[in-house]
Design a protein around this ligand. Structure first.
Ligand SMILES: [Cu+2]
Length: 653
């Protein structure tokens, strides 16, 4: 058993919880989520980031996606991993917080967008599988992932509190605090999070250079002059540091500053249903070095992105059967880079500007009471300016989809969609090919073509009192797939095909017992090079069981991942490359939750109960940088060994 550090946080929460018994029940808290996220439709997953999850996620955006079928996370250290969905990562996943695109700045991809996301402060995590929406800029060709706060409605004066505390092995402790208050006309809210961990050890007891500390603060004030109108100003600031086991440097600054103004008005007329707008400003400022958390001789590198975004949208009731959403959006991201590596906080100069201006329409045709035809079209004008070289290029891209959502039997939906997504090369593909300090040549800059995804998505879901099943399958033909060639530090276009499925089922033979299962598979082919597509994880299955007895729920989870014998050495995406074959593994975990009332959950678990030593296929190499005292050189960065945790969550209305 690993050493577990206990702080006072959960104890204080338990004490508070005793006092809360007197309050009326408003908030329903949940069991430990292991898999089988309930689906409202086969292509759409909605989940509450406040629910406890197993295995214990780091408090960052990527780790929270792990429980959703089809996702895996590439490990770099204790936090800031890379989310991969169906073998697709980087800009193929459109990742947003409060409807704003988030991008990192690091040339070494220490800061995936999810490194700036603190999931538990959001109310809803939504995943739209496939290119099946055009509503958001930076069209997600593989999936759209949204972390959102839900706008609260106050019918009279009210104040709410939410708090959670967590302690776990390896010195892990998290604290989340939220408070909001409002009346019919005004509201305000604050959210604060803090999360830290020491270095973890794998099943063999090897310690990885992987400790971290992350914190965030968010605040919002809004006015609601009537039931249909809302105007909100929000701000966020977060920062942290993280040790990396897969490279010779650590991230010592992950600053994000955000300001947003959002407004909407609903029920305007019989024809014009709603209008909305959003203006936002996001700054990320990242420093990596081998000085502060280890002792090397490379120095400091500083990079950052400033994003200014704007969006205006409207909803129209064309007639009783057709609802049309239309909008325009723009996004300007300016990348900056430090000018020296010899000082701790090197000054930055701008080196690239990416601009996109988009227009979209999305129509829902309700052709019978429980069946719809949804379609959308989006056009984006892209410009990339490489300031350092005075080179720039522009391209207009078109994306669209058509989807039939049909009720085919009682409680059974069939969704069939075709989507086409055109994706402009991102900063890392076009200007800073991963794994290199070398700048591309002008030929490379001008010749890299946008990626074109053509995908068929098919999904069936069925849900009744005792069972739920969702089956999604997809086939994607990607023309000009942007592949990173690590051996030559280059980004190249190839043609690729990707297909696979996710099956997610749950069964409740009687009220107290629930069985969950999940199976996810992706197969990718690099057709141009006639080989396997790099960075596609192997077949994965999960089997979970939970048993409830009054306020208690006990659960067990078995995660099985098959071996992978096909890979494409030294090729990959902006986050990582294929290293070689991987072995299969099984990891067994236990959890329990105690819910004395609807407002309180105390959950606990032991992840990787048998202290198995294993690594994911999609991983980075564990680098033994002699200056990072503890890190072993490993083929892959191994996952944590046995991890015990205890979490307490409380909501007060
Ligand atoms: Cu970095």
């Amino acid at each position: 058993m690993k050493k577990t550090y206990i702080t006072l946080t959960p104890i204080a929460l338990v004490a508070t919880m005793m006092m809360s018994q007197a309050y009326a029940d408003h908030t329903v808290l949940h069991d430990v989520v292991v898999t089988a996220t309930p689906m409202t439709s086969p292509f759409l997953i909605e989940t509450d980031p406040k629910q406890p999850r197993q295995p214990l996620p780091a408090h960052d955006g990527a780790d929270y996606l792990k429980t959703i079928p089809g996702f895996t996370v590439m490990r770099k250290g204790g936090t800031d991993g890379e989310a991969i969905f169906r073998g697709m990562a980087g800009s193929r996943l459109n990742i947003m917080v409060d409807e704003q695109n988030v991008v990192g700045g690091c040339s070494g991809r220490m800061d995936a967008p999810t490194a700036y996301i603190f999931p538990e402060i959001y109310d809803k995590l939504t995943i739209i599988k496939g290119p099946q929406t055009v509503e958001y800029g930076n069209m997600g060709s593989a999936a759209t992932i949204k972390f959102d706060r839900e706008p609260k409605k106050y019918s009279s004066s009210a104040t709410n509190f939410y708090a959670s505390g967590l302690v776990g092995s390896f010195g892990r402790n998290d604290e989340i605090l939220e408070a909001d208050t409002g009346n019919e006309k005004f509201y305000s809210s604050v959210m604060i999070s803090n999360s830290q961990s020491g270095n973890y050890k794998d099943g063999d007891g090897k310690e990885y250079h992987s400790g971290y500390h992350r914190w965030s603060s968010n605040a919002a004030v809004g006015v609601t002059p009537d039931n249909n109108t809302r105007l909100e100003l929000s701000a966020a600031k977060s920062d942290g540091w993280a040790k990396y086991a897969d490279r010779g440097m650590d991230g010592t600054k992950f600053l994000r500053e955000n300001l947003a103004l959002t407004g909407n008005r609903k029920n305007i007329s019989d024809f014009l249903d709603s209008v909305s707008f959003q203006l936002s400003h996001n700054v990320v400022d990242h420093i990596m070095d081998d000085k502060e958390l280890r002792s090397g001789n490379m120095g400091w590198a500083r990079v950052g992105h400033v994003s200014d975004q704007g969006k205006i949208g409207a909803g129209f009731k064309l007639n009783p059967f057709n609802y049309l959403k239309a909008g325009i959006d723009m996004n300007k991201t300016t990348h900056g880079k430090g000018t020296t590596m010899s000082v701790p906080n090197p000054p930055m100069v701008d080196n690239a500007v990416f601009t996109s201006k988009g227009v979209f329409v999305e129509n829902t045709y309700q052709y019978n009471p429980d069946s719809r035809l949804v379609s959308g079209l989006r056009v984006d004008a892209w410009t990339a300016e490489w300031l350092t070289t005075y080179m720039s290029r522009s391209k207009t891209l078109t994306s669209g989809f058509l989807r039939d959502e049909r009720n085919i039997a009682k409680d059974t939906m069939l969704h069939v969609g075709f989507g086409h997504a055109e994706r402009f090369p991102d900063f890392w593909e076009l200007i800073s090919p991963a794994g290199t300090m070398m700048a591309p040549t002008s030929t490379q800059f001008y010749s890299l073509r946008p990626e074109k995804t053509n995908q068929i998505d098919v999904g069936v879901s069925r849900k009744d009192q005792v069972s739920a099943i969702s089956l999604t399958g997809y086939y994607s033909k990607v023309n000009d797939f942007i592949l990173i060639d690590y051996a030559n530090s280059d980004a190249v276009n190839v043609d690729a095909s990707i297909y696979g499925f996710e099956i997610d089922a749950s069964y409740k033979p009687y009220d107290a017992l629930k069985i969950y299962s999940m199976l996810a598979y992706t197969k990718g082919k690099n057709e141009t090079m006639d080989t396997t597509l790099a960075q596609v994880p192997p077949l994965e299955g999960r089997l979970g069981v939970s048993y409830s007895q009054s306020a208690w729920t006990y659960g067990a989870l078995l995660r099985l991942v098959s071996a992978k014998k096909s890979w494409h050495s030294n090729y990959g995406n902006i986050a990582g490359k294929d290293l070689g074959a991987s072995g299969g593994f099984g990891v067994f975990s236990l959890n329990a939750a105690y819910k004395p009332s609807k407002k309180i959950t105390i959950s606990t678990g032991v992840d990787n109960l048998f202290d198995k030593t294993y690594a994911e296929f999609v991983s980075r190499t564990g680098v033994n940088s002699s200056s990072a005292a503890v890190n072993p050189a490993t083929f892959r960065v191994n996952e944590p060994g046995r991890t015990a945790w205890l979490k307490a969550t409380i909501a007060l209305d």
